[in-house]
Every structure is written in C-alpha cells, then in structure tokens.
Ligand binder design. Structure first.
Ligand code: ZN
Ligand code: ZN
Length: 389
C-alpha cells in the first residue's frame, strides 16, 4: 500500500495506540479516558492548542502551519466512541470492559487522526492552521451535532470538513466515496392506537385497536409505492407491532413502529406527513385514536461535490487510480458527521480494510495495516488545500 514514508516509520506506534484504545472502549459522551489519552498524545506531538470539554469529552487540536492562511482551514474529524456490545474476538487486547466494544473501528479512526496530528505537527508543510476534531457519541447521541452547536466551526474558523470510515467491503487501503448524498437520514416513528378494551366474546362492547393497527400497517406500505418518486431512494419500514395479551381479551391499546431512511429533506417530510395522515385517519375509520410520534435522528450525509472531487484527487494521489472509486453507491446506514456537513462543505470517504466480520459484529476488528494509508490521505488533504505560499 503506497503511503508517505515518514508516516510508515511510526506505524508501529499507531498499532500500540490503537490496541490501547481497543482495550478501553467507552460509550456515547462518556469518552473520558479516551479523550485523556488523545490529549496526552497531542501534547507529546507538540500541537499548538488543545481545547477539551467540547460536547462533554470532545477535543479540538489546532496545529499552525507556515505563513499566512489562504483562507482555508480544514477540519479533520474522527469519532472516539464504542458500542454497547460484548466482544468475542478473543484478541489479547480485546475489550477489558464487559458489554462495551470498539466494533465500528472508531479506535482506528482516532488512531489515524492522532497519526495525522503527529505528522502535521512535525512537518508543518502547510499554510494557516488545521483543526483536528475528536468527537464522542457518534453511534448514538449525535456528538458531531453537539460540537457544531457548541460553535466549533466559528470558534476555530473551520471552512471545510473531512472524515473517513473503515469498511470491510473493500480491499485494504482502497478508498471509495460519492459526490452528493452518501449516507441516509435515519428517523423513527411510533404509533400508539387506542380503542376500548373488553371481553373477546362480546366484540360489540369493545373497539379493537388491532383491526386499526393492521389497517395502518397496510396503508403505510403504500407510501413508498404510491406517494414517492421511484427515482429517489427511500425506506419506510414497519419493524414492530405489539398488541394483545391473551386469547379472550380485546386490549385497549396496540403499538406499531418502524424506521425511515431518506437522502432528501423533502422526501423525509413527505413520509412524515403521510405517516401522520394514515395513522390518524385509519384509526378514525375504526373508531380508534392514534397518537403519532415522529423522531428525527441523524440527517442525510451529503458530500459537497467540489470538495469530494478534491478528496478523490488526493486519494488517487495516495493509493493510485485503480484503488479509488469516486462513484460508489449510497448507503442506507447513517453517520452523525452529517451534522458537520450541514454546516460546512466537505467530504466523507470509506477506506477499505479487507474482508472479515463487518462493523457492529462481535468479531470485528480494525485492520492496523491501513492506518498509515488513512493518515497519508488526511495529511495530503491539508497540504494540498493549504499549500505553503
Ligand atoms: Zn457504527
Ligand atoms: Zn462507525
């Protein structure tokens, strides 16, 4: 795998950092030890400023380059949090905490951004300054959104943002992305249908919420098939129906819920509106009442076309033309870097780590071999976007 030589020289150190992080996973906003470790390394590298306590345990490090800024300040972002699941890899550095695991490669992402910090602080072959963003709570809680709300873009004059995520669907060191939407918005709906409970042998005395719930279920299936532009991608899936407790009771309430995945704010709004209309009116048709809760999660992750062309160019420079796919398919997963891309133009890419158990699998492990590639990509973004005059 082609990399910048100087970075290859500290690949062994990165392996040690990554395995330390892997062994000590932390959840959501509680990345206390992780951010302390990040800060300790950043101090050792001699970065110019370290700002901690952003979004509770988030950290932003500033490194100054040489000479006047050309008006561009890149924000490079890594997520630090793990998942609430039990690791079964049996690695000698497997999670030392029960029920917590780095199963999404965020240990690797944090390591790669630390590697970039070390190289950039050492070489400073760029103008202006660069901001390295270490965020908590990607998996749940939307730490990126909280850091944005706490004003990091303005506070550190960040003009564009970049991030990457490991992937088990591509060869080690291959990079893939796409201009425009790359990951979906994830929202949920929860509908509680209320009727009147009673004895099942006397249906005339009760109002069955199950009948209304089945009606709502069927009608929701028509949102994508009848209300939605077939040329756009979207999912509206009922994933839960609960109702009834025993054979001779008509229960008073039933519940139906699911997930909505979209790439377009208008599509998202249309689905929200239709779910509400369908639930309320179907329930009414069965003399029931529907209480509809629509919860917005992460927005769609939308890559800026210009910045993504630039990211593809940099990726090609590092790993070669054949190892870069700049027109990959969109993914129905979600990513809270979306909140940063709503604020500033930028690009999100995937970096292959080779086949193996996928992310969120209890046997997943980040491939240390790709760390120098990720670091090379990060630092070339900076050197190319902010050249020394
Ligand atoms: Zn994940
Ligand atoms: Zn992840």
């Amino acid at each position: 795998m082609p990399i910048i030589n100087r970075i290859g020289n500290f690949a062994e150190d990165m392996k040690i950092w990554r395995r330390h992080l892997h062994k000590h996973p932390e959840l959501e906003f509680e990345c206390h030890k992780t951010s302390a470790f990040v800060i300790e390394q950043l101090k050792e590298f001699g970065v110019d400023e370290i700002h901690d306590g952003i979004a509770k345990t988030g950290v932003v490090a500033i490194i100054n380059g040489q000479g006047k800024s050309n008006g561009t300040t890149l924000g490079l972002r890594a997520d630090m949090d793990a998942l609430p699941m039990q690791e079964t890899t049996g690695l000698d550095y497997q999670s030392s905490y029960d029920g917590k695991m780095h199963a999404c490669g965020h240990d690797g992402h944090t390591t790669m951004l630390l590697g970039a910090a070390r190289y950039l602080a050492e070489t400073r072959n760029f103008s202006g300054k660069v901001a390295l963003i270490f965020q908590p709570a990607e998996e749940s809680g939307g730490g990126a959104g909280v850091m944005v709300k706490e004003g990091i873009m303005e506070r550190f004059d960040i003009t564009e943002v970049y991030a990457m995520h490991t992937s088990t669907t591509a060869e080690p060191g291959h990079i893939y992305t796409i201009p425009g939407p790359i990951m979906a918005a994830v929202d949920t709906f929860e509908i509680t249908v209320t009727g009147v409970g009673g004895h099942a042998a006397y249906p005339q005395e009760s109002i069955d919420p199950l009948a209304a719930t089945v009606g709502i279920y069927s009608a929701i299936q028509t949102i994508i098939s009848r209300n939605h532009d077939p040329l756009k991608d979207a999912v509206c899936a009922v994933t839960q129906i609960h109702g009834g407790t025993t054979d001779n009771v008509i229960d008073e309430k039933a519940f139906i819920g699911g997930t909505i995945r979209t790439f377009d704010i208008e599509v998202r709004e249309m689905i929200f509106r239709r779910i509400r209309e369908i639930a309320e009116r179907q329930a009414e048709a069965y003399s029931c009442k529907a209480d509809v809760k629509l919860e917005t999660g992460y927005p769609p992750t939308v890559n800026d076309p210009g910045k993504t062309r630039f990211a593809i160019e940099v990726a090609r420079e590092i790993v070669g033309e054949a190892a870069v796919d700049g027109e990959t398919g969109i993914e129905l997963g979600a990513e809270d870097f979306a909140f940063m891309l709503e604020e500033r133009p930028g690009s999100y890419v995937f970096i292959g780590q080779g086949k193996g158990p996928g992310v969120h699998n209890p046997n997943f492990n980040f491939n240390d071999e790709i760390s120098p590639v990720g670091v090379s990509y990060f630092v070339r973004l900076v050197e190319k976007a902010q050249p020394v005059a």
